[in-house]
Design a protein around this ligand. Structure first.
Ligand SMILES: Nc1ncnc2c1ncn2[C@@H]1O[C@H](COP(=O)(O)OP(=O)(O)OP(=O)(O)O)[C@@H](O)[C@H]1O
Length: 322
């Protein structure tokens, strides 16, 4: 186990507590607005948000890379400003890009990372991490000779080298191949089973759906939703069925008004949106009703709601609720 200093007890199982966090960059841009978030020990939390929403700023602030303008953050019971070293020692960060010495070997780089946190050398642990990440046969290779995927693995190994209680993965799937993604998720699950708390950012709803226990959605610096994954997917998971028509329709016939249908401006695509989690999707009745109306279709495609759709619906809900 970790030789981290003992942290203050958290009776409610909270490992990371963010309170009233604001971040305004020197130019005056407000990147985080009153963020409040409790992360539970041992959970996998996915932070979703469009480009520029503030995900990296939030991670960077928790990891001490940038200072909060106001508000507090406690990691494993330690204040990230006043008890910086202890708080930082509790956290591992896998950033999006590798900024490390290209001339060092994999082994040296990963071992050095552990030393940065004042931890005594533990070669058996470094060996296990490198083996878990399929990097063992590359341990004597210089970083600059590695492929992009291998460099990514080194980043993960570095972040794990000091046995953090909380692991941040910033866009772990961006630009990685299927094999690495697979290895990464296996490792994440193993880490969670061993008690590590995982916080990841992603643009992919499938990834959040696969991995996360809870999901937070950030938009323009505001955390607009924090919800158990199953609840969120039930509320927001939608599917679309797009029917390509051989002849344009001028309008959706009244006889079809009981189905939520939209007609493309050119009249050639009819789209049906339905709840993906309902047993009866209503598709069979819809197709029968189209037949009864003499509306033929030449092609039919279904798609799941993308994260973008979910954002749009969240934003609409916010406006409606405002
Ligand atoms: N050092 C900085 N100075 C000024 N503005 C910044 C700085 N860093 C980030 N920003 C701005 O803060 C906002 C949030 O950026 P951030 O990188 O946190 O978003 P993100 O959600 O991680 O986006 P992406 O998904 O594109 O990585 C953006 O509008 C960005 O331009």
């Amino acid at each position: 186990m970790s030789s981290l200093p003992a942290s203050a007890p958290s009776p409610d199982g909270t490992i990371l507590a963010i309170r009233g966090l604001h971040k305004t960059y020197p130019g005056g841009f407000q990147a985080l607005k009153n963020v409040n978030l409790d992360i539970r020990r041992g959970e996998i939390f996915a932070l979703l948000g469009p480009n520029g929403a503030g995900k990296t700023t939030l991670i960077g602030t928790v990891c001490g890379l940038t200072l909060p303008t106001s508000g507090t953050i406690h990691a494993a019971g330690f204040d990230i400003v006043h008890d910086y070293r202890q708080a930082r020692a509790a956290i591992g960060l896998v950033p999006q890009e590798l900024h490390t010495d290209a001339f060092e070997t994999v082994w040296a780089t990963v071992s050095f990372s552990r030393g940065l946190f004042g931890q005594a050398p533990k070669p058996a642990l470094i060996e296990k991490i490198l083996k878990d990440l399929s990097l063992w046969d590359k341990k004597d290779n210089k970083i600059m000779t590695l492929s992009g995927g291998m460099k990514r693995r080194v980043l993960i190994a570095k972040a794990l080298s000091h046995e953090p209680q909380i692991l941040f993965l910033d866009e772990p799937s961006a630009g990685v191949d299927v094999e690495l993604r697979h290895d990464m998720w296996r490792l994440v699950r193993e880490l969670r089973e061993a008690g590590t708390t995982i916080i990841l950012t992603t643009h992919y709803i499938e990834e959040a759906e696969d991995m996360a226990d809870r999901i937070g959605v950030i938009r323009k610096g505001e955390l607009i939703v924090v919800e158990d994954k199953t609840t969120l997917m039930r509320q927001l998971g939608r599917k679309e069925l797009a029917l390509s028509l051989p002849q344009p329709l001028a309008a959706v016939p009244d006889a079809l008004s009981r189905w939520p249908l939209t007609l493309a401006p050119d009249g050639l695509t009819l789209t049906y949106t339905f709840d993906a989690h309902q047993e009866d999707t209503g598709i069979a009745e819809l197709l029968a009703a189209l037949g009864a109306q003499g509306i033929a279709f030449k092609d039919l495609r279904s798609s799941e709601s993308s994260l973008e759709d979910i954002f749009v619906s969240l934003v609409h809900e916010q406006k409606a609720g405002a």
